[in-house]
Design a protein around this ligand. Sequence first.
Ligand code: NPW
Ligand code: ADP
Ligand code: K
Length: 454
Amino acid sequence: MQKLYDEVSSLDKRCYENFGLSEDILMEHAADGMADFIKSKFSKGSSVLIVCGSGNNGADGIALARLLHPDYNVKILHLKKPKSDMAKLQKKRLDAIGLKECCTIESCDVLVDAIVGTGFRGEFNPEISSVIDEMNNSDAYKIACDVPSGYKFFADATLTMGALKKDMYLDAHKEYVGDIKVIDLGVGRDIYECESNWNLLDLEDLNLPNRNKKDTHKGSYGHLACVVGEKIGAGVLCSKSALRFGAGLVSVVGYNTTNIPHSIMSSELLPKTTSAIAIGMGLGDSYSDMDLKSFLNNDYPLIADADILHMDILQEILKRENVVLTPHAKEFISVLRLCKLADISVDELQKNRFKYVELFCKTYPKVTLLLKGANVIIAKDDKFFINPHGSSKLAKGGSGDVLSGLIGSLLAQRYTPLEATFNASLAHVSLALNYTGSDFSLTPDDLISQIGKL
Ligand SMILES: NC(=O)C1=CN([C@@H]2O[C@H](COP(=O)(O)OP(=O)(O)OC[C@H]3O[C@@H](n4cnc5c(N)ncnc54)[C@H](OP(=O)(O)O)[C@@H]3O)[C@@H](O)[C@H]2O)[C@@H](O)CC1
Ligand SMILES: Nc1ncnc2c1ncn2[C@@H]1O[C@H](COP(=O)(O)OP(=O)(O)O)[C@@H](O)[C@H]1O
Ligand SMILES: [K+]
C-alpha cells in the first residue's frame, strides 16, 4: 500500500525545516532520479528532447539536461523564458555548459515534458496546446516530469517527485499518466511522507480466503443469499462467483429461481443459515417495498448493488451496521440524490470523485463504499483506498455482478465489510490481469473460471 496526497508542498516544507534540505537539493535529486530512469532504459548517445516551461517544473527539466549531457544527445526547448528563481538558477548553470537549444519538436528517442507541474492553473493558450499536440504525435518514448502537463500530454511514464499525488488517479487522468514512478528527493520516501488517509492498493495487498483449518465443514465458510429478480442472469453470475471464491453455500433467493446452475441452491425466503446477503443486481422492479423489507429484516452483512441503489429503500439499507455499496458513477449520483447530499451530473462527479466520496463517508461513516470506474475508490469513514489496477477488459456487462459475488463471498466468510471490499476488488482486477485472451474478449464467465487460479 502506498500513500497518496492532495499536494506535496507541505512535505517539501518539512524537508527544509526538519532535515535541513533546500529547494535546490530537492530539485537536484528530482533531476537525478529522472536521469537515472533514462540511463536505465536508453543507451548512451540516444537523443533526448526536453521541453521546458518557466516555473520549477521547467527548472527540473533544465537540471535534467545538464545531468544527461554530454553522454546523451540532449536538446532543450524553452517554451517560455525561465521565470522562477530556481528556473533562472538552473538556466545559468546550463548556459555555462553551452547546451544546444532548439525551437521545434524534433524527432528524438526520448521526449520529456517539463512544461508545467503542480503549479499549473486554468487552461493552456493555443500555442502551448499545439506544441503539446505535436509532442503527443511524436514517436519518441514520452516522459512526464512530475505530472503530465495539464493532463494533456500522453506520457509513457510519469516520474513524480517525492510522493504520489491523488490527482494522478482520477479516472480521466488514467489515459495520460502511463507507468508512474516516484522519484526519491533525498531523504527516503518513508521519511519524506507523513500520515495520509488516502492510500493506493498494491496487488500484493490481496488476502485470499485460503483454508488454513482442517476440522471444518461447509457451514464454516458462510452462506451467501443472493436476492434475484427480473434479470436472473445477474444474480447467477454473482452467485457463481461467490461460490468459486470460497463461500460454503450460496443460494439465490426470490420468486424467480428457475434454470439456475446445479451448484447453486434456491429458495423463496432467506435460508436460516444465511450469513450475508447480496441484493440489487438484476432486481428490476419486481418486488414491492414490503417484499424487499422482508429480505432486509435482519442484521446480516449486506452488499447492495445496481437497481437497489435507485430505490427509496436505500435509506433503510444505509442504517445497517455492516453494509457495502458498489455503485458505478451513474448509480452513485442517484445515491447522492436519494441521500440529499448532492444533485449532480456524472460529469461533475467524475471531475470530483474524491470530494463526493469524502462527502458520502462523512455522512455515512458506517457504510463501506466502492465507487466503480477505471480507478476504483474504496472508502469507509476516514479511510480511503484507490485500486488503479483494473483495465478496460472489465468494461463489459456482468463484470460488476462478478465483483458483487466476490464481495458477498468474503462477507459470508466473515471478513469485515472494508476488508471484504478491498480484497474482492483486488481479486477482481487480478482476474482481468491474468486473463491471456485478447483484451476485448473477456467475459464474466472467464473471470469466474479463473478465480481458482488466484
Ligand atoms: N521543492 C519544490 O518545490 C520542488 C518542486 N519541484 C518541481 O516544481 C514543480 C512545481 O513548480 P512551480 O510551483 O513553479 O509550478 P509549475 O508546475 O512549474 O507551474 C508554474 C508555471 O506554470 C505556468 N503556468 C501556470 N498556469 C499556466 C497556464 N494556464 N498556461 C501556461 N502556463 C501556465 C506559469 O507560467 P507563467 O504564467 O507564470 O509565465 C509558471 O511559470 C513541481 O511540479 C516539480 O516538477 C521538484 O523539483 C521537487 C522540488
Ligand atoms: N475502463 C475500465 N478500467 C478498469 N475497470 C473497469 C473499466 N470499466 C469497467 N471497469 C470495472 O468493471 C466493473 C463494471 O461494473 P458494472 O458497471 O456494475 O457492470 P455490470 O453491472 O454490468 O456487472 C466495475 O468493477 C468497474 O470498476
Ligand atoms: K510536466
